[in-house]
Ligand binder design. Structure first.
Ligand code: ITT
Length: 208
């Protein structure tokens, strides 16, 4: 009998772990960073989401010896020239640690709302962007990306999700991402779209 392939989901963000695991649903043994308490967080200093996702995936794969999936994602606001972009997690200063993630999310949201004060609805266009990378310790195995288009509201609405979800309005659903159930969000989201592209490629790799 063969052991199941182990795959590390290398993120410190519990919201991402929930979405990734719920959707990938592959016949593997999932690991998370709590299995490796001694390892330090890999710095995200790339200029693009894909650069950061690949740096995290291959970096954690080499340290742990395990196949690793990493996600780099964020919010691009057109009226802010694409910001916060790759700086989404640390837009208001320090990057969130587990104990102050909600507080930092609120500060990041407050900064976006402040910068967009007076900007009319039609100019508040934005998108969520997600890059996923699966790597072995030797090489990058799969890279995928997904987007979700929307508008930035002028206040927080909704309690679900994480990060910028309460100010991200999805016009065709007439709700913010924080008013969606996890199933509704996964069905349309940037991460959902990136996962749907990754899943068949992962299944093929697991069979080879
Ligand atoms: P890891 O690097 O450990 O994966 P992180 O939360 O720091 O976790 P990123 O550096 O990729 O992740 O930063 C992404 C930020 O973009 C995240 O903190 C959120 O604020 C925002 N973001 C990403 N996906 C989101 C989503 O689905 N809904 C709302 N905000 C999201």
């Amino acid at each position: 009998m063969f052991d199941k392939r182990k795959i590390l989901v290398a993120t410190t963000n519990p919201g991402k772990i929930t979405e990734l695991r719920a959707m990938l649903d592959a016949d593997v043994e999932w690991l998370d960073l709590s299995y490796f308490p001694e390892i330090e967080e890999i710095e995200e200093d790339g200029q693009t989401f894909i650069e950061n996702a690949c740096k995290k995936a291959i970096g954690y794969a080499r340290i742990t010896g395990q196949w690793t999936i990493a996600d780099d994602s964020g919010l691009e606001v057109d009226a802010l020239g694409g910001e916060p972009g790759v700086k989404s997690a640390r837009f208001s200063g320090e990057k969130s640690k587990a104990d102050n993630r909600t507080l930092i999310d609120h500060r990041n949201i407050a900064k976006v709302l402040e910068l967009l004060k007076g900007v009319p609805k039609e100019k508040r266009t934005a998108r969520f962007f997600c890059c996923l990378c699966l790597a072995s310790p030797e090489q990058i195995l799969i890279e995928t990306e997904g987007t979700l288009e929307g508008l930035i509201t002028n206040r927080e609405i909704g309690k679900n999700g994480f990060g910028y979800d309460p100010i991200f309005f999805v016009p065709h659903l007439n709700k913010t991402a924080a008013q969606l159930t996890s199933e509704e969000k996964n069905a349309i989201s940037h991460r959902g779209n990136a996962i749907r592209k990754l899943k068949p490629l992962l299944e093929k790799l697991l069979c080879s």
